[in-house]
Design a protein around this ligand. Sequence first.
Ligand code: MRU
Length: 370
Amino acid sequence: MIMLTAIPTVRFARGRMRIIDQTLLPSRYEIAELGDLDSVCDAIARLRVRGAPAIGVAGAYGLLVAIEEQWGRALPVFDSAIGDDGAPRTATVTPPAGIGYAELKSTLDRAAEKIVATRPTAVNLAWAVNRMRPCWQGPRDVGAVCHALLAEADAILREDLDMGRAMTTHGAALLGRDDRVLTHCNTGGLCSGGIGTALGVVFAAASQGKHIQVFADETRPLLQGARLTAWECRERGIPVTVLVDGASASLLASGDVSCVMVGADRIARNGDTANKVGTLGLAISARQFGVPFYVVAPSSTIDASLRDGSAIPVEHRAHHEVTHVAGVAHAPADVGAYNPAFDVTPASFISAIVTERGVQRPPYDLGGGA
Ligand code: MRU
């Protein structure tokens, strides 16, 4: 039986943020330690840590790193209450001596702006950083601010792990004993605090004894499907087949797929969903060939301020990601490249949206969460 255990995608210990460096997988599994704000922002921007829920957690802990960088060199300020396996441990907070509230506030204000600017589409990042703001905008005492910051960042990670367990259990009910699931990008433990969203549903179903097979789109240009989804499936003993993105339509036409399951980076109130570029094409093909298309995401991915998906900001990334593979050019020099990292799938293509609160069917009204 497969175990639905958390992997330590993002953690915080003894003054440093620790991440699984996702740019190195699948060839190397390495934990990177981040001790300054620039490294945190670079890690988020370069997808060393990635996936909507995971960058939310990283954004929250990133604020703690900004404090450690300034005042925690001799003695770490923070040690988290959550261990690598997600189990509770003893937290410590040692507020820096000899600094004033104004200094602390200005460091945190600057760090918050810088972190939120790293990636615009996944709403979880801004959501988590904004959720941290009352920690320093309320109390004006350095010790109280530090205690509040660690408690809130740990709460964001803890809730992410709890939401992951709940949403993957709800989602697993949608899968039959021998289903074959087509997925896109990476939505396993690597995209979250450590359990995952859409791929987490497959892991939850497998932990119930179901025999699920995964088809993983490679997910050009950064290959999160081929590198990360395939790695996670192998680690957990789930049969996985990788395909080029262009083969997904014919796979859906073949009738060999029971459903498509994807994650989300931002969901508008009406259910329109931004996710990794290529998701929209999958949804259109799934509709054409009568295959159910499910979105799985925590409620922290719902942006209740947006009526529909037309105002979701779509991140456009560097051209070399398209024209080069592993640093080697495979397109003529100086050609243009179109590289949106995400696309928006209209709600009308989505058979159900699964969150920690349950399975919602259309018409969607996610104003108060799903
Ligand atoms: O650019 P990435 O790798 O951060 O994009 C991630 C995705 O699009 C995932 O599918 C999404 O975050 C879902 S994880 C809940």
